[in-house]
Design a protein. Structure first.
Lengths: 214, 772
């Protein structure tokens, strides 16, 4: 899983690769969030220009006293987990197990771990994303698309993850043969990534190297 | 007599007689040989091809232990006891646990789950404030990310013979158990050839002395043959067949194979119409333990039962069973199988059989029925009944337990409070996880027993106001026409049908409230506003929504549909609300996670299958309206009683005269639909709020509902708007309200704050808004 300062290089428009790259970014950023060299959160706070599809801190209308109604994200980029819920430890372990199984092409084992992860933390957008990728690998495209869309709407879906879901959806649309839909999906991924680009800053090339130009 | 015999002799002569005698002896021998060969053939073939009828076992979802898992001390302990774990000070073997200062030390048994084997291991669980704070493996002293206990068995799918057993391999059977078995039942088992002439002689003498047949002198092989192939009758003919067959079996098969079959075949009693076969199930049924975990006294009791299972049943006749056990123990000491110490210890121990809980059958009956419905789609009856399949279900025993208790206690309270006849109310409950659509709890009736009518699965009732969210959803999908503050007329409706019949619905309070916002209309569950809105949207559109969201039932698009004149089962209602709670993503409700074969190989998996049935943004608005129904509407009791868990969302439903009292509500982890009413469809006088809602609140308090978390739909934005939802305004405007809007919302932006009455500011403001 590349280093924090590393450059993700992609040679050309390769769809499979795009996915890999997007995933790599997620992992890389996740790792960076905890790394010593990346005080991303502070910088993120300073970015007034950042625009996400969801207003991070909407207040509540006059009649509702509780503020739990409105969505929150921990940081503007949504990349940094403010607090890792303890049950996520178990989920992360299961997701790691399923990654290993996926890499080995053992879809049955991958599915088993993913099922369990989703059961433990059904709100976890990353678990659903991985489930979508598994369905994609098994060529169950309709399911993969629906699952990726499901992942996108979950409260803890980060922009990076949403981008990865859109790329997956775009891939599916291409395979199905719906080019306009694929283009639209790539565009949505790009919107998310642009937001990331702003948060990452100049010393990191990950955003700049994304093969998203048409 | 004598004369006639002589006459025969004189006719045929002495030589001929000898000839006939030899002939008769020859033919007799020949026919016995033929008979034996026939038997031999049958026995050998059928024994070689023997296959035990093993019913499918149905398991609840296992208790998963991990840091952060919500888990109470009492619940963990009761689960361990239910699994037959022994509480001991030293946990030196699987199946034991002890209490520590702030938790438990557990030596789990492990289980071959179809999604991966769970090893037996020793670990410490540290519980703080009702959740797992820490999980440490003893061997490595490292923290354990995840562990799970064995699943609780909640039922079986039987063949008509109702034979039940837990198959044991000889290698899984403790050596001491085999020694005891042989010592008691067949001392010369390792030496004889199927029958034991010494034993028979001893039995024969004893029978002659007693004047009837009461001692068997049967070898283990003979008993096996009798159990497998012969009837229970006591006759010399049967004994003769048994002898021949036993010899055949011994001739062709080894002692190990014979005793292994015996261990699994032997009849050990009856549990209702279920026949307990084999020591594996015997140990579990009578002691709640694995055979390997039985102590000497328990083994002696179990083996003592072979002689007469119902007489020596330790659950029913504890005294007789203990006497028999002591006889066995004395015999073991005499034969030197056990030493004096072991004997003293065993004979002094109390006989503790597991309680006769047919609980598992009653408590889980309704759910098992649901499981069978799902299984029938993919499996044949014979496979389910005989192949020893393992069905891993979604049921959470904790939720089921709470729902069963709630069904009893809360309904009693409601009856007392409302002065209704005792036990007149019935109920049905469906509890699911809204994200995965797993059924966590399922109650088909008040007693919780599966014996009665399964109302959750089969009772179709008009759903009343539970339909309303779908009317509003159909409206809110037209994002530029409706938002949550759009005004609707709560005014009298008179619809004349082609038949000349006039339909004029009323509000529950009998008052028409004039112009009100959608969010108020749904929160207060106003009928007139809903009908007017529904007519604007089109009844056929509402019907189409219901079908799209997952209702597998023809819906007639009469205007009365808008007020819930459509019959559904509680299960169907749960499916519809699942799609709302899950941001518009329908996942078919599931009772089964996976099915494995007898060797724990996975046969079928049932993962969640997601389908987006409505755009997430309008669903967000519907969720918002349902949260308002709790914070500011007919479900206000929820806000009062479950203050810490807000926001929660839900909708009450009532049909005429309180024939049906409904509540469907959800938070972050659970969605539950509750129905309360009478089986004879009589009036109860209850509303959704005074009946089903009370039950729902009680249930949610017990199972620990968490706050609902809104999703983050792409096409949704929170904006400050005017009170009537006509303009987007600055948040500094004094009367501005912040609401979620589905995109495109089409609202013009108004840059000033001159907010007058919604009626008053009309066209000019709109035009001005457009240009500012």
């Amino acid at each position: 899983m590349g280093s924090c300062s590393g450059v993700v290089s992609v040679s050309e428009h390769s769809r499979g690769l795009v996915l890999v790259v997007a995933s790599t970014i997620i992992l890389q950023l996740g790792a960076c969030a905890h790394g010593p060299t990346a005080p991303i959160e502070d910088r993120a706070k300073d970015h007034a220009t950042l625009s996400l599809s969801i207003d991070p801190e909407p207040s509540i209308d006059d009649e509702i006293t509780t503020d739990r109604l409105a969505p929150r994200v921990s940081s503007r980029s949504g990349l940094i987990r403010s607090t890792v819920a303890p049950e996520r430890t178990a989920t992360r372990q299961l997701l790691a197990t399923s990654d290993v199984a996926m890499a080995a092409g053992n879809y049955v084992a991958a599915a088993a771990s993913l099922d369990r992860a989703i059961r433990l933390t059904p709100n976890d957008a990353l678990a659903w994303h991985k489930f979508a990728k598994l369905q994609f690998a098994q060529r169950d495209y309709a399911q993969a698309k629906a699952t990726a869309q499901r992942s996108n709407v979950l409260p803890n879906a980060t922009p990076a993850l949403i981008a990865a879901n859109w790329i997956l959806i775009a891939d599916i649309e291409q395979i199905i043969g719906d080019k306009p839909a694929a283009r639209a999906a790539y565009a949505k991924a790009r919107t998310q990534v642009k937001a990331l680009d702003n948060t990452i800053g100049q010393d990191q090339d990950a955003g700049g190297n994304l093969p998203f130009s048409e | 007599m004598k004369r006639s015999k002589n006459r025969w002799r004189s006719v045929i002569g002495p030589g001929l007689l000898a000839f006939y005698t030899r002939h008769i002896a020859f033919w007799l021998l020949l026919s016995v040989m033929a008979y034996w060969m026939l038997l031999d053939n049958t026995v050998v073939r059928s024994f070689a091809e023997r296959r035990w009828d093993v019913p499918a076992r149905v398991y609840a979802s296992p208790l998963e232990l991990y840091e952060g898992a919500r888990l109470g001390t009492d619940y963990l302990e009761s689960t361990l006891l239910q699994l037959g774990y022994q509480r001991q000070s030293s946990i030196d073997a699987p199946g034991r646990f002890s209490r520590t200062r702030d938790g438990f030390a557990i030596f789990s048994r492990g289980h071959n789950y179809p999604d991966g084997a769970e090893p037996a291991r020793r670990f410490n669980v540290h519980l703080v404030n009702g959740s797992v704070a820490d999980l440490t493996e003893v061997e490595t002293n490292k923290s354990l990310p995840l562990a799970r206990l064995e699943p609780i068995e909640i039922g079986t799918v039987h063949a008509k013979t109702f034979e039940d057993r837990v198959i044991l391999a000889l290698s899984d059977t403790p050596q001491i158990f085999l020694e005891i078995l042989i010592a008691v039942e067949d001392r010369r088992f390792s030496h004889h050839f199927g029958i034991d002439p010494m034993g028979i002689a001893r039995a024969a003498i004893s029978n002659v002395m007693a004047g009837n047949i009461n001692q068997g002198g049967s070898t283990i092989t003979q008993q096996l043959v009798k159990n497998m192939y012969l009837s229970n009758e006591r006759s010399y003919r049967r004994k003769f067949r048994e002898t021949l067959m036993a010899i055949s079996l011994e001739r062709r098969f080894g002692k190990a194979e014979i005793i292994e079959a015996y261990i699994n075949e032997i009849f050990l009693g009856q549990d209702g119409n279920r026949a307990i076969h084999g020591f594996g199930l015997g140990a579990r049924y009578y002691f709640g333990k694995l055979l390997a975990d039985l102590n000497l006294a328990e083994m002696a009791t179990l083996i003592g039962m072979v002689k007469a299972p119902s007489t020596y049943n330790p659950q029913r006749h504890a005294d007789t069973a203990r006497k028999r056990r002591d006889v066995v123990l004395i015999l073991l000491r005499e034969q030197g199988v056990i030493d004096n110490d072991a004997y003293d210890h065993a004979i002094a121990s109390k006989l503790i059989a597991r309680g006769r809980t047919s609980l598992r059958r009653s408590k889980y009956g309704a759910f098992i029925e649901l499981v069978k419905v799902q299984l029938k789609r993919d499996y044949r009856d014979t496979d389910l009944q005989t192949a020893g399949l393992r069905i891993y279900t979604t049921l959470d025993p904790r939720v089921q337990q709470a729902a069963t208790e709630t069904a009893g206690a809360t309904l009693r309270n409601v009856e007392q409070r409302k002065e209704l006849e005792a036990n007149s109310l019935q109920t049905a409950m469906v509890v699911i996880d809204p994200r995965t659509a797993e059924v966590k709890g399922f109650i088909g009736g008040r007693s919780g027993s599966g014996a009665g009518f399964n109302r959750a699965l089969y009772a179709t009732r008009p759903i009343g106001s539970l339909v309303k969210p779908f009317v509003y959803l159909a409206a809110l999908e037209q994002t530029e026409r409706f938002n949550v503050l759009s005004m609707v007329h709560d005014e009298t409706v008179n619809l004349t049908f082609a038949s000349g019949e006039v339909w004029s619905p009323k509000n529950y309070d009998g008052i028409a409230h004039g112009q009100i916002s959608l969010r108020q209309a749904l929160a207060k569950s106003y009928n007139l506003a809903t009908v007017n809105l529904g007519l604007k949207v089109g009844v056929e559109n509402v019907a189409a929504r219901l079908e799209k969201i997952g209702l597998n039932r023809d819906v007639e698009d009469f205007p009365s549909l808008l007020l819930g004149a459509v019959d559904m089962t509680p299960l169907e209602v749960a499916q519809l609300y699942q799609a709302i709670a899950n941001d518009g993503f329908k996942v078919p409700l599931r009772a089964i996670r996976s099915v494995g074969d007898a060797q724990d190989r996975i046969l079928t998996r049932y993962p969640p299958r997601v389908e987006q049935v409505i755009d997430a943004a309008p669903v967000y608005l519907a969720q918002y309206l349902l949260v308002r129904a709790v914070s500011d509407g007919t479900a206000g009791a929820v806000a009062k009683e479950l203050r810490e868990q807000l926001p929660l969302a839900g909708k009450t439903g009532t049909t005429n005269g309180g024939r049906d009292s409904w509540f469907a509500g959800f938070g972050g982890n659970y969605l539950a639909v509750v129905w309360v009413g009478r089986d004879d469809n009589g009036a109860t006088g209850l509303t959704g709020a005074s009946g089903a809602l009370t039950v729902w609140i009680d249930l949610m308090r017990r199972i620990g509902i968490t706050a609902f978390q809104f999703g983050r739909p792409e096409h949704l934005r929170w904006e400050w708007v005017t009170p009537s939802g006509d303009f987007v305004v600055s948040e500094n405007c004094p009367r501005a309200i912040r609401v979620p809007l589905a995109l495109p919302h089409g609202l013009p932006v108004q840059r000033h704050c001159e907010l007058r009455d919604p009626i008053e500011y009309g066209l000019w403001d709109r035009v001005r808004g457009l240009f500012q």
